[in-house]
Design a protein around this ligand. Sequence first.
Ligand SMILES: [Zn+2]
Length: 143
Amino acid sequence: MIVLDILCDSGHRFDGWFASSDAFREQCQRQLVQCPHCQSTAVSLLPSAPHVRRGATTDPGGESRAPALPAAPAAQLFQALAQIARQAENVGTRFPEEARRIHYEEAPARNIRGQASAGETMELLEEGILVLPAPVPHEDEFH
Ligand SMILES: [Zn+2]
């Protein structure tokens, strides 16, 4: 299960839960990802994306039982993600490159955060790299 932070074209932000990155891509293509506030299907992933490494990658068979974030109210979820983001190494605009290096074990495994465009995020998801576009606290909280 992955949680994606999604933005609609009217600026509403909401969480989307998907079984896998494939499920997300398919639902996007079929315009099934809909803003709960205005029903717009013109949605995009938020660009700021902490990368969360988990032990197991999604197995092609489907229901991989990755240690999902516990069921929690949105506020707690937000805090959990913010916590991950705060502890993650900030690699800035090298995020897509660094996420790939970690995925292919060319760099030490760790959580990283940084900037990636929606397109870059989708590319990473397509390569099976778990990326969580997540709400990130204001930059000044990182000092
Ligand atoms: Zn909306």
